[in-house]
Design a protein around this ligand. Structure first.
Ligand SMILES: [Zn+2]
Length: 318
């Protein structure tokens, strides 16, 4: 008790006050530091701009795209196009993943990296957030998050739905007062009348499938032979067979926008042809490998980014 009293008396003395002040200010700064740090710590795990994943959600996360990259050794007689078709990929995807074949030529014995679906591999700086990359590549942040192990960006990321492209054409001009930029809404619906999609954009579980896949457009139900119409004026960049799309029409529009019309029964346009909004491009069919069994038009809207044509959610444009 005497010791306590002595301590109390000491604390009232000039040197005691100084020491007590020091100890109190240290305790205060530690506790303030904790308060300041807690929001940062709460944001850090689970992907910064995303809420922390709970364990049931983690179980739903698909294996990351880069963990599923396979190797293919080129056999004599194989072409880049044939290898791409074997894996249901665009030749440009293989060109993006394998710089040694960016001239379009493969040689026997070359080992190629084969991603599980179309996209591009990009270097990421430690400060990048998924929201930054989403803006840069016009891909939804949650799509990037799920394609990359549901974790914050590390040094390399896979951007699903982006096509590697050797150069950038028709860049979006900066909007001015005189030219506020194109309306985001497309001029025409790709079918004679609007319908509810059978399968939407993003990670979907197609009927009968055992795992989720990235679906780069909308599957719009329509009977076979229904006319398919151009969504906007443009130039036909591709009209022909491209697996898994089957009969495919690709139209490049102004301001770096592109639309794709897949699984068509017949084609009414040719590559290089100028088309008007609403012009018939062909008819609904069942060619290629559709994700749903009912006849439908697989419709995509893509925007040109620094590294290629990136699939967008058509919801924004229709
Ligand atoms: Zn589809």
């Amino acid at each position: 008790m005497k010791r306590v009293l002595n301590l109390w008396q000491w604390s009232r003395s000039p040197s005691g006050r100084w020491w007590c002040g020091l100890v109190l200010s240290c305790l205060l700064s530690v506790s303030l530091g904790t308060i300041h740090q807690s929001p940062t710590l709460a944001q850090d795990p689970g992907g910064r701009s995303f809420p922390r994943m709970t364990s049931p959600r983690e179980n739903l996360c698909p294996p990351s795209a880069l963990s599923r990259v396979r190797s293919h050794t080129v056999a004599p007689g194989e072409t880049l196009e044939a290898i791409a078709e074997e894996y249901d990929l665009f030749p440009t995807t293989l060109m993006g993943m394998n710089p040694q074949v960016r001239n379009g030529v493969v040689r026997p014995g070359m080992r190629l990296r084969i991603p599980p679906y179309d996209g591009i591999e990009v270097n990421v700086s430690p400060d990048d957030l998924w929201s930054d990359l989403a803006e840069e590549y016009n891909v939804r942040a949650d799509v990037l998050f799920e394609a990359n192990n549901c974790n914050p960006p590390t040094d390399v990321a896979f951007i699903p739905g982006a096509n590697w492209y050797p150069y950038r054409d028709t860049p979006d001009p900066t909007p001015t007062d005189d030219d506020p930029g194109a309306s985001p809404v497309l001029a025409e619906y790709p079918l004679p009348s609007p319908v509810e999609p059978l399968l939407g954009y993003g990670w979907v579980l197609p009927p009968g499938a055992s795992s989720v896949v990235f679906h780069s457009g909308w599957d719009l139900p329509a009977t076979v032979e229904t006319p398919v119409r151009a969504s906007e004026d443009g130039i036909v960049a591709f009209a022909g067979v491209q697996q898994p799309y089957g009969n495919l029409v690709v139209i490049n529009h102004s301001r770096g926008r592109q639309t794709r019309y897949a699984h068509l029964a017949s084609l009414d346009v040719e590559q290089g042809e100028f088309v008007d909004a609403g012009q018939n491009l062909g008819t609904v069919g069942r060619t290629g490998t559709p994700d749903v069994p009912q006849p439908h038009l697989h419709f995509e809207v893509r925007n040109n980014s620094e590294l290629g044509w990136v699939a967008q959610n058509p919801d924004t444009y229709l």
